[in-house]
Design a protein around this ligand. Structure first.
Ligand SMILES: Nc1ncnc2c1ncn2[C@@H]1O[C@H](COP(=O)(O)OP(=O)(O)O)[C@@H](O)[C@H]1O
Ligand SMILES: O=P(O)(O)OC[C@H]1O[C@](O)(COP(=O)(O)O)[C@@H](O)[C@@H]1O
Ligand SMILES: [Mg+2]
Length: 473
């Protein structure tokens, strides 16, 4: 085995991670009343061995691939969710896990848990693990669920949660706490948090929720409240940046594959059969991409990150004509946000937004199906042709998490608890290059995770499908 000497190469300096902490704005006499040794120390189930506690010097590198070819080595992106910009210093995040010192006395903790936005497999597991973790690890006894998303803070009574109540929630899809879109009212929410006396707030969030959470966090800091706020990223679309992936994403891809399998069977069993599957993915095509790669039955994968066209040289119809001639059938996968600009719509439809302000899409699958049928009857009026359109929509997200996602939910929930107990606030827990890290909320809120068209994964889709690149001459 050849060993590379590191003599001529320098590891880029690491930017010291800074994570918001209650000490940033709470005066130290107030803090002292809450500071204590981690109760895990006296928890008979743990007996913390040497190295059990994570020091605040331990960090996870965002980019872990180094160029060792020259002395001025630079780091580059290793994960699909990392930013592609290269820099001379390496960004790092604090490693998640229990700290020796905590900033909350278990008897005074009053925790609130809320779920917002769309569903994602594993939400109930995260809630369960937050409850069980707070209760068993730290001896917290005042844990509450906020029903119905953000609006629940000021319009509904909190639900007391205990390990007994939540014990089998991980087997259920959806969120027992219920969720909603819209209803974000900053003052009402922070007033309600204060009036209920919550001092730990756990938000299970997507990109929209996170933008709201950042405002809540800033308001909590402005009011100098002794409240730790954290979030656990939840996005079936996998559109949140920096973290490796969201919990529930793998489960959704597995379910999506079932739809592709059915589309393939239908297409194969028809004369000139086309199986068309629409998958979730508002502005990113990760589900479509991953399901395509794992299924291998897909002839063309259309995602929001790529504009495509139907007619003419290099278009979808020309490609399908060829594929049908060669194989007698074809399978198309389209992410819901793809091709939206091509679908005719009224001015009112153009303006339509859901309660959270997200654009409302038209059904790209139905549109495509009708365009395909029109094309075929125009070009081949005397030949049989069938399009079987499958839209599994909520079936891929309204299911319990699979084993891998359930484990992820447990680890990420416990990471969140450890971070809040240690006095951190305004942060997100998630896996970065396979290790759980604490990332400032401010950073995650603006980090989008789109399919990178120059990355190997998309190149692999192109090679598996041999689909057109939709670049006009
Ligand atoms: N820019 C924003 N500022 C404040 N709140 C927001 C913002 N965007 C979304 N929200 C709120 O976050 C919640 C969830 O947002 P939504 O986009 O529906 O789901 P997700 O968080 O899953 O992406 C809603 O209650 C919505 O009102
Ligand atoms: O019908 P709903 O509940 O608004 O959900 C549909 C949307 O939810 C999503 O799953 C994304 O939701 P989130 O951003 O809330 O995670 C999209 O893929 C889809 O467009
Ligand atoms: Mg969203």
């Amino acid at each position: 085995m050849m060993m590379m000497s590191s003599k001529n190469s320098t590891i880029p300096p690491v930017t010291v991670p800074i994570l918001p902490h209650l000490t940033d704005y709470i005066p130290s006499p107030d803090l002292k009343t809450h500071m204590t040794i981690n109760p895990l120390e006296s928890n008979p189930l743990y007996h913390p061995p040497q190295g059990f506690y994570i020091s605040h010097h331990e960090a996870i590198l965002r980019r872990i691939i180094l160029d060792l070819s020259s002395s001025s080595s630079s780091s580059s992106s290793s994960s699909s969710s990392s930013s592609s910009s290269s820099s001379s210093s390496s960004e790092a995040f604090l490693r998640a896990g229990p700290r020796k010192q905590v900033f909350f006395d278990r008897d005074t903790v009053r925790a609130a848990i809320v779920t917002c936005g769309g569903l994602c497999p594993g939400m109930n597991t995260v809630i369960r693990e937050l409850v069980v973790g707070l209760w068993d690890l730290y001896g917290v006894r005042s844990i509450h669920g906020i029903p119905a998303g953000y609006r629940g803070f000021y319009s509904r009574d909190p639900i007391p949660l205990t390990p007994k109540l939540v014990h089998n929630w991980h087997k259920k899809g959806g969120t027992v706490l219920e969720t909603s879109r819209g209803g974000f009212h900053l003052t009402k929410i922070v007033d309600a948090i204060q009036s209920h006396g919550f001092n730990q707030v756990y938000i299970i969030w997507g990109d929209g929720t996170m933008r709201g959470a950042l405002k809540i966090f800033e308001e909590i800091c402005r009011r100098r409240l002794y409240i730790g706020l954290t979030g656990i990223p939840k996005t079936v679309d996998n559109d949140i940046g920096i973290i490796d992936r969201s919990f529930g994403f793998q489960t959704a891809v597995e379910k999506a594959q079932e739809a592709i399998n059915a589309a393939h069977v239908e297409a194969e069993s028809a004369v000139n059969g086309v199986g068309l599957v629409k998958l979730m993915g508002r502005s990113t095509g990760h589900i479509a991409l991953h399901a395509t790669l794992s299924s291998r039955d897909v002839d063309c994968c259309l995602i929001p990150e790529i504009e495509f066209y139907l007619q003419g040289k290099g278009g979808l119809f020309e490609f399908l004509e060829k594929r049908l001639k060669e194989n007698g059938h074809a399978v198309l996968v389209v992410a819901e946000g793809a091709g939206q600009d091509m679908i005719p719509r009224t001015d009112a439809q153009k303006q339509e937004r859901d309660e959270s302000g997200n654009p409302v899409f038209l059904d790209v699958g139905s549109w495509l199906k009708s365009e395909l049928k029109n094309w075929w009857s125009r070009e081949h009026p005397d030949e049989l042709f069938t399009v079987k359109y499958i839209d599994p929509t909520y079936m891929i997200r309204a299911v319990p998490a699979n084993a891998t996602d359930n484990l992820y939910c447990t680890l990420v929930a416990h990471s969140a608890i450890h971070g809040v107990m240690a006095g951190h606030t305004g942060f997100v827990s998630g896996p970065v290059n396979g290790n759980y890290a604490y990332i400032p909320l401010e950073q995650v809120a603006v980090a989008k995770n789109e399919v990178k068209l120059k990355d190997h994964k998309w190149a692999w889709v192109r090679s598996v499908t041999n689909q057109p690149d939709f670049v006009r001459d």
